[in-house]
Design a protein. Structure first.
Lengths: 114, 114
């Protein structure tokens, strides 16, 4: 039972354009969502998060949008840079449970072409 | 640099053997969790330790066990290794055991079982 889904295994974007990574979830008990970036041979690096009481959170070039009714979130990267090329994981944390239990999607490989 | 350090970085074990992986959490973090990431998948939650006690467990058999020490460092032990245990093992730490805390990952320990 895959509770967090990233349906696009890969995405290719031109440098300077917008990258949009999507994530869907099924468990309505999720109340906190995070995006991580992962380079090969490294651990996931925290990028940005959003609480279920918000619908948008912005940090520099990164913006996360949450649509609770659709159980959908997206990460926007503007402008995209070649250094953004990595695997991006969406993760969700269930309310009222231990905070380190993150449920991850399978990841989306982003390639930013220069 | 997340402040979460793991050792060893790579190791090879034989089926049936036992392995211990170690993790030092970020300073000030009292919650540690462990994840298994198989190739092509997102990390899967194994268990979490909060103030030296197991505080949640994912869908992993009892041969996966752990410890958290008074300084909040942690160990993951896997007994009776199977070929399918070959994966990247990630340690993550956060301040507090509740949802909403940012979770930081180490670079992982690559385990190969032959």
């Amino acid at each position: 039972d895959q509770q967090v889904k990233q349906n696009s295994p890969s995405l290719s974007v031109q440098e300077g354009r917008i990258s949009i990574l999507n994530c869907d979830y099924t468990n309505s008990m999720f109340d906190y969502f995070l995006w991580y970036k992962k380079y090969p041979a490294e651990g996931p690096t925290f990028l940005i998060s959003i609480s279920s009481i918000k619908d948008k959170n912005e940090d520099g070039r990164f913006t996360v949008f949450l649509n609770k009714s659709a159980k959908h979130l997206s990460l926007h990267i503007v402008p995209s840079q070649p250094g953004d090329s990595a695997v991006y994981f969406c993760a969700a944390s269930p309310a009222l449970e231990y905070g380190n239990k993150l449920v991850f999607g399978a990841g989306t490989i982003l390639r930013v072409k220069s | 640099e997340t402040g979460v350090t793991q050792s060893p970085t790579h190791l090879i074990k034989t089926r049936g053997q036992q392995v211990t992986l170690r993790c030092s959490s970020q300073s000030g973090h009292n919650t540690v969790s462990w994840y298994q990431q198989a190739l092509g998948q997102g990390p899967q939650f194994i268990f979490q330790y909060y103030r030296e006690e197991e505080n949640g467990r994912g869908n992993f058999p009892p041969r996966f066990s752990g410890l958290q020490f008074p300084n909040y460092s942690s160990e993951l032990n896997v007994n009776a290794l199977e070929l399918d245990d070959s994966a990247l093992y990630l340690c993550a730490s956060s301040r507090g055991g509740s949802s909403g805390n940012t979770i930081y990952f180490g670079e992982g320990s690559w385990l190969t079982v032959v």
